[in-house]
Structures are given as structure tokens and as C-alpha cells.
Design a protein around this ligand. Structure first.
Ligand SMILES: [Zn+2]
Length: 455
């Protein structure tokens, strides 16, 4: 059997032209499984040819129409017959890109020889925006080399070079940032009085040699307002031009205005809520994440099990320690923080007593328990202002944990830049990948494409 694929092109002035795109042939006798249906190679070839024909005929019409002078409606003179290569998802296509002389009605000086190229104005970087966005989206998830390989495998585009992938991704990131700076998409939304919660967390990634640092800090966050999809933001402070502008932009897009209250949930690191405070230039409510406290209590409980495993002769003292550790979690959860502090001091004395009564071999395990108690005490003391009644907040169905921000760290920083990836990053490279990845996860990269088409 034989199939012929034809394209019927109808111009704006009603001229119809039929062009053959390609042919597919199959034998009946001796047909193998590999020949069933359309193959990837044939599909790529047909798509490539179709893409070429559509672009070339489209540009023919476009440049012809562009010759009409918008002032006097006369045809302008075509100055020369150049060609230009345009990179599209369906291949690199050569199209006619004639230069057009400026109309005498506009060129009042007469002696000046000025011309314009309509195609160069339309696609200044010789690449369709869709292609750049797709390359950036894939590059934010996979390595530049892998992205180039995937694209070449599935699409009839010429095998792209990994350096091109990197440059395009960086450009898309720069565009996302400049869009944010130029016209903040302020959206008050339906519930202006809803609590605005910012989860913020950080990740360390390996720095490339030559940056006077071993690690680059990537800060990742999520803005949540009930009834709205979350808005992610990410940046590497060392590689960003203005990291605070990115945070401010994310907050504004979810309805933040000067004077609105913002709650920041983070682990004990004081610098993270400080970033939000600096971005909004107002005080914010900080909450120490419950998950990080709970983990430290769990370490104490583990250390206690370690002491029990040694089978102490004098158990009564140790049982008392166990009872007080059980109480500790309840005290912190219900907001009795100074009582929790006293309990930790009391535990210190009782635990030392256990070691004294049971002999020398208990000393290392008890020291471990003591260290964990001191660690929790220091952790709570450093963040006294951010401790709350977690139970009450939990019962009001408000978030008490940054677990959702931790997910965000995985999605943005760890998938592409985690230590196991064996890649080293420049601060700027890490920053730009984070910006693109956050936009991809929010669906912002696609939204801008739809807007461009509608316009
Ligand atoms: Zn004119």
C-alpha cells in the first residue's frame, strides 16, 4: 500500500496551492512487526517537512504583506533577497528574509538608504519562543546533555548542543525575572483576609571550582493562601541580581499588599524568616517548624532506648527519666515552653544520677542522652520568639510544619542539583535553573506561552 500526504495551503487572498509533504509505502507480503503503522523515523521526516512547508509559506505571505507601507499603502521596494535560518521544534528551516527599503513617504531625507527586515524583527534570536521554553523546561529537570538527546530522539530538530541548551535556559530565566521586575502581576484574589503562609527552606549544592566556596545555598519557598494554588519561588542568593524581588513578586501574586499579615514557617535558621522580613520590609510572624522539634525529641527517645538496652540494675531512676521525656513532647506541643526548658534542666541532673548508680559502662550512652537533651534545649532557646501553642494551631487546621517546603526543596533543588548528581554549579547557573524549575512546577512557563498566543 502507498499513502501520499498532501498539504493544501490557502493564502489570505484565497490562492490555493497543494504541496506534497511525503509518501509512505508498505508491502503486504512479508510484512514485519517493525513496519506496522507509522514509525518514529517516518513521523519525524513528515513532521519536519510539514514544519518546513508551513513556515516557508507563512513567511512568504508575511513578508509580502510587510512590504505595504502603513502610511501611504503603496508597495515598498524589496532591497535584496536574503535568507535566514530559523530554529523550530521541527528542524532548522531556511526561509526567505528579504530586506525592504523604507518608503519614500517616510524617508523625507531621500538620500539615506534605510531598510528593515520584517522576519528579523519578528524572531530576533532565530528561534521560536516555544522551542526555547520547551528546552528550558526539560533542562530544569534533566542535564543539558540529556535534554539535547531527548529532543533529538523525539523531534525532527537538529541535534542541539548542550551549551545551546544552557544558554537558552539562562535566557528564559532572565526573561522570567525581568517580567517580574517590569510588571508585577498583582492579584488580590478572592480571600484577602486569609492567612498568608510562607514555607521556606534551604538546600546546599556543590559549587564548581573557582568560586571560592564549596557549597552554594539554594533557598526554596512556597507561598500558600487557602483557596489558591501555591506559588513557589527559588533562588541562589550568590547568583541572583535581586533575590528579594523574587520573593516580593511571589507574595504579590498571591495578594500580598503592604500591611497584610504574613506567617513564616521555617526550621531554626534565623536567616530564612529574615529574608521574608527584608522582602516585605515589615514585621512578619515566625513559627518554628514542629517537624524539626519533633525530630529532636525523637533523638532523645532513641538515646533513652540505648540506655535501657544495657539493662541497668537500678531501673527506678531511669523510669523516672523516661516518664519526664514522655511529658516533654506534650509540654512543647501545648505551648508550655518555659516548663519544657525546666524539664530539660531537671532531666540533666536525673540522667547524670543514672550513670552514677549503674556504673562506668553506662557513661557513653548516658552522655549521648545528655547531649541530645542539651541540643533540644539550645534549639528551643535560640528560637523562643517563634515557639507557639502547636496543639491549638493544629486543631484550628493551620499548618505547623514545613514538610511541604521540604517537598519543594526536593522538587526544585534536589532533582537536578542534588549532590548525588555529581554536578558542580556556578552560583548563576544554580540560580537560573532554580528560577526556571519553580516556574515549571507552578505552570507559569506555559501560562506565558498561552498569553503570547492570545495576544
Ligand atoms: Zn509610504
Amino acid at each position: 500500500m502507498e499513502w501520499v500526504v498532501k498539504l493544501e495551503a490557502k493564502s489570505g487572498w484565497g490562492e490555493v496551492e497543494t504541496i506534497e509533504v511525503g509518501k509512505i509505502e508498505r508491502r503486504v507480503v512479508g510484512l514485519t512487526a517493525d513496519e506496522v503503522g507509522l514509525t518514529l523515523a517516518e513521523g519525524k521526516e513528515l513532521l519536519g517537512e510539514l514544519g518546513r512547508l508551513v513556515l516557508q509559506t507563512q513567511m512568504e505571505e508575511y513578508t509580502t504583506c510587510a512590504r505595504v507601507c502603513p502610511e501611504c499603502m503603496k508597495m515598498r521596494k524589496q532591497r535584496d533577497c536574503r535568507t535566514r535560518k530559523v530554529q523550530t521544534l521541527f528542524g532548522t528551516i531556511t526561509v526567505d528574509a528579504p530586506r525592504i527599503s523604507v518608503c519614500p513617504c517616510m524617508n523625507t531625507w531621500g538620500f539615506l538608504d534605510v531598510s528593515t527586515s520584517p522576519l528579523a524583527e519578528l524572531l530576533p534570536d532565530r528561534c521560536t519562543p516555544e522551542m526555547r521554553r520547551l528546552q528550558a523546561e526539560l533542562s530544569a529537570k534533566h542535564s543539558y546533555r540529556e535534554t539535547a538527546r531527548l529532543l533529538a530522539m523525539l523531534l525532527p530538530c537538529e541535534p542541539p548542543n548542550h551549551a545551546t541548551m544552557r544558554n537558552r535556559t539562562h535566557r528564559v530565566a532572565a526573561e522570567l525575572e525581568s517580567q517580574a521586575a517590569a510588571q508585577p502581576n498583582v492579584d488580590a484574589g478572592p480571600n484577602r483576609d486569609a492567612e498568608m503562609i510562607v514555607f521556606i527552606d534551604g538546600a546546599h549544592i556543590r559549587a564548581a571550582p573557582g568560586y571560592q566556596t564549596r557549597h552554594i545555598d539554594v533557598t526554596v519557598g512556597k507561598v500558600e493562601v487557602s483557596g489558591r494554588p501555591p506559588r513557589r519561588f527559588a533562588f541562589a542568593a550568590k547568583g541572583a541580581v535581586s533575590p528579594l524581588a523574587g520573593i516580593r513578586q511571589a507574595l504579590q501574586e498571591r495578594g500580598w499588599q503592604p500591611g497584610s499579615s504574613v506567617t513564616v514557617l521555617s526550621d531554626g535558621e534565623a536567616a530564612l524568616p529574615g529574608l521574608i522580613r527584608a522582602a516585605v520590609r515589615e514585621p512578619v510572624t515566625c513559627i518554628l517548624d514542629w517537624w524539626h522539634i519533633s525530630m529532636r525529641v525523637q533523638h532523645i527517645e532513641q538515646a533513652l532506648r540505648g540506655v535501657y538496652a544495657l539493662e541497668p540494675r537500678h531501673q527506678a531512676g531511669l523510669d523516672m527519666v523516661a516518664y519526664r521525656i514522655g511529658r516533654l513532647r506534650h509540654l512543647i506541643w501545648n505551648g508550655y515552653h518555659s516548663e519544657a526548658h525546666d524539664e530539660l534542666i531537671g532531666l540533666r541532673h536525673m540522667t547524670s544520677e543514672v550513670a552514677h548508680l549503674n556504673g562506668e559502662k553506662f557513661r557513653p550512652k548516658v552522655a549521648r542522652l545528655l547531649w541530645n537533651c542539651d541540643d533540644l534545649r539550645r534549639y528551643l532557646a535560640n528560637s523562643t520568639a517563634s515557639l507557639i501553642d502547636y496543639g491549638a494551631r493544629y486543631r484550628s487546621k493551620l499548618p505547623i510544619s514545613t514538610s511541604r517546603a521540604e517537598g519543594c526543596v526536593d522538587e526544585i533543588a534536589n532533582t537536578r542539583m542534588a549532590k548525588k548528581q555529581r554536578m558542580r554549579w556556578s552560583p548563576q547557573g544554580a540560580h537560573r535553573i532554580s528560577v526556571v524549575r519553580a516556574a515549571v512546577l507552578d505552570g507559569r512557563l506555559k501560562v506565558s506561552a498561552e498569553l503570547a498566543c492570545a495576544a
